[in-house]
Design a protein around this ligand. Structure first.
Ligand SMILES: C[S@@+](CC[C@H](N)C(=O)[O-])C[C@H]1O[C@@H](n2cnc3c(N)ncnc32)[C@H](O)[C@@H]1O
Length: 150
């Protein structure tokens, strides 16, 4: 199902490439549009999720599809040792990195290029994994879920 919903129907690129292109294009307006179109509700959802994992007191957190980093930033409320955010869109990450620097969180929050289908980490590297508004963009959804249920 997720493979059929693609951003540009006449494109010959894979869904993943199209998604990265789309987010590179909308990156400068992403935060503004997210706020506008969700009427601010997106902030409450991230907050609620972070509260839900708080009892585990995670020290190493991975935020997949981190985009401009808002989930990684919210995760800092748990006082972790480190938060790593990965995303396939360089445009989104660039804005996220700037945001992290503005908030002076660069010692603990690291945003980098990475694909949810090929995570460059050893097993059991993290105590908690978050994904905010990213799953619908994944190309091989079944593959993603398998990884976390193995
Ligand atoms: C709607 S944005 C969500 C950004 C952020 N999580 C938030 O809460 O605002 C979806 C993000 O998923 C990323 N994405 C899509 N497929 C991905 C994949 N396979 N691996 C990593 N990131 C991916 C996109 O580049 C985009 O930045």
């Amino acid at each position: 199902m997720s493979e059929k919903v693609i951003p540009y129907k006449n494109s010959t690129e894979s869904k993943k490439e199209q998604v990265a292109t789309m987010f590179n294009n909308i990156a400068p307006k992403y935060d503004f549009l997210n706020q506008l179109l969700s009427l601010g509700i997106h902030k409450g959802w991230r907050k609620k999720t972070i509260q839900l994992i708080a009892h585990n007191q995670p020290k190493n957190i991975l935020d997949i599809a981190t985009g401009t980093g808002d989930f990684a930033i919210e995760a800092m409320k748990l006082n972790p040792d480190r938060v790593i955010g990965i995303d396939i869109s360089e445009g989104m990450l660039k804005l996220g990195v700037e945001k992290i620097k503005r908030l002076n969180l660069q010692d603990k929050v690291d945003l980098k290029l990475g694909d949810s289908e090929n995570l460059p980490f050893e097993n059991n590297s993290f105590d908690a994994v978050t994904v905010g508004f990213g799953v619908r963009n994944f190309e091989h959804l079944e593959k993603e879920f398998m990884k976390f249920t193995e």
